[in-house]
Design a binder for this molecule. Sequence first.
Ligand SMILES: [Zn+2]
Length: 277
Amino acid sequence: MAGLLFGTGGTPHSAKTKTTIDGIRRIAELGLGGMEVEFVQGVKMGEAGARLVAETAARERVKLSAHAPYFINFNAHEPEKLRASQDRLLQTARIGALCGAESVVFHTAFYLGDPPEKAYNTVKKYLGEVLNQLKRENNRVWIRPEIMGKPSEFGTIDEVLNLCTELEGLAPGIDFAHWHARSGRFNSYPEFTAILRQVEERLGRAMLDNMHIHVSGISYGKKGEIKHLNLKESDFQYTELLKALSDCDAKGIVICESPNLEEDAMLLQATYNEIVY
Ligand SMILES: [Zn+2]
């Protein structure tokens, strides 16, 4: 049995409607394994709606994760923006947990001109408070800072792995396309393998069994990520990545964020299956 499930970031385009429920049904029809519920413009789902989502996902055997709102900055310079960031992540974790999501992915922060070490300490403090609150609520969702694609954004591999070693309840959200776009490098089998080995060394083998990965085609320039592209329109070496994931026996979920969503998710799944079987 292959260790990775594949799915889409948000409801597939070919779903009957844009709702999360129809998205889950379509994922199952397509033979995919998961879906990320996108709360990127705000958490507008209520508790009753979340419970219906959880029932549908369980019935259709679709694994869910959630993406927190974009308007989060754990290095904001204004206290009210920090508090709003904490509330948005908490709210995503609460509704996400009711949806049955195992992970919440989020964009941690912008440096805003601060030295990276200073931003790191601010992020650690305010994120730590969120994790303590979730622990008090007995919420066991994995909170996952995402690897980000622009040098202005907090979220290098080292920053995210360091946070994960220091804060309980944290796991990495590894966006291989972002990491490639940030430098133009990290687009080959040995580089992908090195990242996976780094995860294993820093966080233990258990984390390789519990991966949450984003993949898409991507365009980039001097300032990193420009936009997501379909895989075949980009230089991203997804077959190399899938070989590395297979050889390292990584398990978990791969969420496709290409503009064509399910088309590339199915391409990734099919390519992975050819490698594994
Ligand atoms: Zn993201």
